[in-house]
Design a protein around this ligand. Sequence first.
Ligand SMILES: [Zn+2]
Length: 118
Amino acid sequence: MADIKCSVCDETYTEMEGFEGTEQAYKCSADIIGETVVGNYGSTVLDMHMAVFTPSRPESMGDGIICDSCISSMMDEGTLVISLAENRDGVDMDDEAAMLLLMGEDERAYEETEGRSN
Ligand SMILES: [Zn+2]
């Protein structure tokens, strides 16, 4: 099985059995695509979800594979936020981290709406 290398931290992960050639490894199965990170099966923090860079993707970061630990630290920093527009109904309600992000985002969206109406 091939090793999957995170393009951000250079950590290597082993491709999942049955997913040879897909570049999907357990805990390293998300792709940086433009201003978004798209999680695939195998990612524990972004499984089948999408996140967006906030306010924008760091210039040092290119398109490539990103591992869960890099995603998690960026989410902790608030530089990567789960995309509500694309995945609102897809958010795993058992995922506490995702729910907290979702709630935080709701609050911000609410404030923005309030600001506009004033
Ligand atoms: Zn990484």
